[in-house]
Design a protein around this ligand. Structure first.
Ligand SMILES: *Cc1c(COP(=O)(O)O)cnc(C)c1O
Length: 437
C-alpha cells in the first residue's frame, strides 16, 4: 500500500511507523518532524551484509555512506550492525569519532580534502583515504612523511560508465569532477607515481557511478572495467590490488512506479563477475566494498508536516502549503526529485484530487511534490512525506532562518529523540555585531 514497508495504518486511520502513531508523534514532538524506523535501517544493513556473505564468502565490507544521514545515532547503528563507514568531510569524520566508530573501518572520500582534513585523518588513524587528485596525493605523501606514517589509500577511478540517472547524480563518466580517468591514462599514471612513494601504500581502487540507479548492468560493467585495470596494474607495475570498492547508488522506491533492484541480486551479479573475471585474468580475488547510503536510511524515514494554507487556483493548480519545505528537504529544488505523501490523520482516505505540495520558503521552486494524487487536504491535517530518510536532514539548511527539525528514532512503539530541534538561539549563535557598527 505504501512505498515503504515501514508504514501501516491503525484502526483510527492514522499512519503508523515503528509501532508509533504519527499523529501522536506530531503532537508530542511538533512539526516538521523527521522520523526514522530503527528496525528497517538495521534490516537494510543486514541485507547488504548477507549478500556479501552468501555470494562472496564474506570477503568484503559494507560501508554506510554516512552523508545520506550523518548523526551520532546513525553511526552507532551502523557500527552495531558490523558495517564500516564512508565519510566525506572533517565534519563527518568528527561525527564518526564522537560516536566511537572503529577507525579502521572508516573510508575517507572527498574530491578536495583540505590539509587539515588529511592531518585529522592521519592523526586519528582513519582506515583508508580515497585519493581523488594529484594534489591530494602529493599533500598526503608529504604530511604522512612528516609524521613518519604510511597512508593506506584507494584511488577514485572514473570507469566511464553511463549510469542512467539524473545528470547531477551521475559520477562515473569522464566529464566528472570526481576521480581519475582511465581513457586518458591519468589513472594509470597517478598510481604508477604513488607506487613509488615512501609514505603511500596503494591498497585498492574505488569507483562510484552515480546514485538512485535501478539497473544491475551498469554496476556489472563497472566491475569489468575495474578488473581490467587491476590486471593492467599487475602486468605493468607488478602491483597487487587488494581492495575493490564499488561505491553505492542503489535506487529506492520514492513513488509506486519505482522498481528498485533486489540488493541480493545486485551482489550476486557483482560477485559472480568479479570471480569470473579474476579467474580469467589470473588475479588475486580482491576484498569487495560497497557503499550504500540512500538504500539504508532512505526508505526508513518520513517527514511530518502541518498543513497551513490551501490555495486552489481554478484551472491551474491547487497548492497545499506545509510548515517546512526546501530547508528540510531540498531535493525537489535541487533535481526535481519525486516523492509520495500521505495524510497521516486519514492515511486510508482515497486519492481524489491532484495537488502540489509547497514549502514556506521565499522561492517559487520550493516544492516537495508537484501534481500528485492525494485525498482532499485541509488546513490542520498532518502530511507525511515518505522515504525522506536519506539526503533530507543531511542536506537541510537554515534558509529564511528556519530552524532544522528534530529527528526521532522509532521502534516497537517507542520513540526517542536522536537530533534535537534547533532553537532560534541556535540560529544567532555564531552571529557577531562588530563594535564599530
Ligand atoms: C554518495 C556516495 C555514496 C552513496 O550513494 P547512495 O546513492 O546514497 O547509495 C557512496 N559512495 C560515494 C563515493 C558517494 O559519493
Amino acid at each position: 500500500m505504501f512505498v515503504s514497508e515501514a508504514l501501516s495504518v491503525n484502526d483510527r486511520g492514522h499512519l503508523v511507523i515503528g509501532g508509533c502513531d504519527c499523529v501522536k508523534l506530531a503532537e508530542e514532538y511538533g512539526t516538521p518532524l523527521y522520523i526514522m524506523d530503527e528496525e528497517l535501517i538495521r534490516k537494510n544493513c543486514r541485507a547488504f551484509r548477507k549478500g556479501i556473505e552468501k555470494y562472496y564468502d564474506g570477503n568484503g565490507l559494507v560501508l554506510y555512506a554516512s552523508k545520506a544521514f550523518s548523526s551520532l545515532a546513525a553511526c552507532r547503528i551502523a557500527e552495531q550492525e558490523g558495517l564500516g563507514l564512508d565519510v566525506v568531510s572533517g565534519g563527518e569524520v568528527y561525527t564518526a569519532l564522537k560516536a566511537g566508530f572503529p577507525v579502521d573501518r572508516i573510508y575517507f572520500h572527498g574530491n578536495n580534502k583540505s590539509r587539515e582534513e588529511l592531518v585529522m585523518a592521519l592523526d586519528n588513524s582513519i582506515g583508508r583515504i580515497v585519493v581523488d587528485s594529484y594534489e591530494e596525493l602529493f599533500n598526503l605523501d608529504g604530511i604522512a612523511g612528516s609524521k613518519n606514517k604510511c597512508a593506506d589509500v584507494l584511488f577514485r577511478i572514473k570507469p566511464g560508465i553511463d549510469a542512467h540517472t539524473h545528470d547531477f547524480i551521475k559520477t562515473g563518466q569522464i566529464d566528472s569532477k570526481f576521480g581519475f580517468a582511465l581513457e586518458t591514462g591519468e589513472a594509470f599514471d597517478v598510481i604508477r607515481r604513488a607506487s613509488k612513494m615512501d609514505n603511500i601504500n596503494v591498497v585498492g581502487l574505488h569507483c562510484h557511478i552515480g546514485s538512485q540507479i535501478f539497473d544491475i548492468e551498469p554496476f556489472v560493467e563497472a566491475v569489468k572495467v575495474m578488473l581490467n585495470f587491476i590486471s593492467e596494474l599487475k602486468e605493468k607495475l607488478g602491483l597487487e590490488i587488494k581492495e575493490l570498492n564499488l561505491g553505492g547508488g542503489f535506487g529506492i522506491k520514492y513513488i509506486p512506479a519505482h522498481d528498485p533492484i533486489e540488493y541480493e541480486k545486485y551482489l550476486e551479479a557483482v560477485a559472480e563477475t568479479v570471480k569470473a573475471t579474476a579467474k580469467e585474468k589470473n588475479l588475486y580475488l580482491p576484498k569487495i566494498l560497497i557503499e550504500p547510503g540512500r538504500s539504508i536510511v532512505g526508505p526508513a524515514g518520513i517527514t511530518l508536516y502541518a498543513v497551513g494554507s490551501v490555495k486552489d487556483i481554478p484551472g491551474i493548480r491547487k497548492y497545499i502549503t506545509i510548515d517546512g519545505g526546501m530547508t528540510d528537504n531540498p531535493r525537489y529544488i535541487l533535481y526535481e526529485a519525486v516523492y509520495d505523501a500521505v495524510i497521516a490523520n486519514r492515511a486510508d482516505a482515497p486519492r481524489t484530487e491532484k495537488v502540489t505540495i509547497a514549502g514556506k520558503c521565499c522561492e517559487s521552486g520550493d516544492l516537495i511534490a508537484k501534481d500528485i494524487d492525494m485525498p482532499e487536504i485541509k488546513a490542520g491535517d498532518i502530511l507525511a512525506v515518505l522515504a525522506t530518510g536519506a539526503y533530507n536532514y543531511s542536506m537541510s539548511s537554515n534558509y529564511n532562518r528556519i530552524p532544522r527539525p528534530s529527528v526521532v528514532l522509532v521502534k516497537e512503539g517507542k520513540s526517542r529523540l536522536i537530533v534535537a530541534r534547533e532553537s532560534y538561539d541556535d540560529l544567532v549563535r555564531n552571529d557577531i555585531i562588530p563594535e564599530d557598527i
